[in-house]
Design a binder for this molecule. Structure first.
Ligand code: MRU
Length: 356
């Protein structure tokens, strides 16, 4: 990923601290923040300085390494692991990464714990980067196919931010788009604004601008009419947890886009690394859906004329608001799952062919 001409990853360890790009300040300010303790990592996940399923997995892994650095007593490490897992419940990558760290650290001598923890956290991040790159290579084939038929710009609709900022690098939904652009295929992206936190407008559009990919921000409810008008060739979204039956949990509003895509014969793809597959839960009703503070709805943030970030209230002061952060798109509306190992049908059979 390139930001203002410089290569970055979204998270790295340097001089005994974890460094992250503070996403709450984007697109208006680019700032790097230091996480020094496991509590810093928990807080960064909770307030969404880092966000996106694979990146919160990577942050939780490094967060646990910070816990070991602070105090390598096993009880403290286990308590920290529990708190990390609880910090954002919907994205399965978080639990997956913490469980993997704990497995790696079990039975290791205390003088070696920190080395092992840092190596494993880096390994989790390196692996995610490689997997997201492969998702791009696999998803590119779909975009290429559409382009070869259409011989004109491929219009892709995406929801929320499943780009490099949501992962370690490349992104999931955006990786095929970046690969297509690098190959010279003309692409244009319809970017769902993604209320309430505007990850599409604030982050996806920012990323696409940095990569010089044409994109247009639309209000969340615009996708339907664009699909009816034939102005969307395909949808690609990310996911926070995909069940082994192919049901896809992702940012609130994804389900409505999938319904519109289905009604208009627009292919609807979901891009994910295998760390986002939940092999245990069988029924989507069991997925813990995060309900966030209603202030995310009632207030909006932007910059004023002095370039200062300001938050303002946009709702009647007496109104109540409700803020569910994710919804589930049933597998029947998903054309395919783009993974690091290939493209699979959204079903247990399809996923098993690739992963078990
Ligand atoms: O609440 P967020 O911003 O963490 O939600 C992120 C999403 O819904 C992404 O689509 C998902 O995590 C996939 S990221 C590659």
């Amino acid at each position: 990923m390139r930001i203002e001409g410089k290569e970055y990853r979204t998270i790295w360890f340097e001089n005994n601290v974890v460094k992250i790009i503070d996403q709450t300040k984007l697109p208006h300010q680019f700032s790097i923040k230091e996480l020094k303790t496991v509590n810093d990592a928990i807080n960064a996940i909770k307030i969404m300085e880092v966000r996106g399923a694979p990146l919160i997995g990577g942050t939780a892994a490094y967060g646990l390494a910070l816990a070991v650095q602070e105090n390598n007593d096993l009880e403290f490490i286990k308590k920290s692991a529990k708190e990390l897992i609880q910090s954002r419940p919907t994205a399965i990558n978080l639990k997956w990464a913490v469980d993997r760290m704990i497995k790696k650290l079990t039975g290791i001598n205390s003088d070696q714990l920190l080395n092992f923890a840092l190596n494993e956290a880096k390994e989790i991040c390196d692996e995610d980067e490689k997997f997201c790159e492969n998702i791009g290579i696999n998803g590119l084939k779909i975009i290429e196919e559409i382009y070869n038929k259409k011989k004109d710009t491929v219009n892709i609709l995406t929801h929320c931010n499943a780009g490099w900022l949501a992962t370690i690098n490349w992104g999931t939904a955006t990786s095929p788009i970046y690969h297509a652009h690098k190959k010279g295929i003309p692409v244009h992206v319809w970017v769902d604004e993604t209320r309430p936190r505007n990850q599409g407008a604030n982050l996806t559009s920012y990323e696409l601008n940095e990569e010089e990919i044409p994109n247009t921000i639309i209000a969340d409810n615009t996708g339907g009419i664009l699909m009816q008008r034939g102005e969307v060739d395909m949808c690609i979204v990310g996911t926070d947890r995909t069940l082994s039956n192919g049901d896809v949990c992702n940012k609130i509003g994804t389900y409505l886009k999938a319904l519109a895509a289905n009604d208009n014969n627009v292919p609807f793809y979901v891009a994910l690394p295998s760390s986002t597959i939940d092999w245990d839960i069988k029924d989507a009703k069991e997925i813990p859906i995060e309900e966030r503070n209603s202030e995310e709805l009632s207030h909006v943030e932007g910059i004023d004329e002095n370039n200062e970030i300001k938050k303002v209230l946009i709702y009647p002061t007496k109104s109540k608001a409700m803020n569910l952060a994710f919804d589930v798109t049933p597998a029947k509306y998903v054309t395919g799952l783009i993974t690091e190992r290939g493209i699979s049908e959204a079903s247990l059979d399809g996923l098993r062919k690739l992963f078990k």
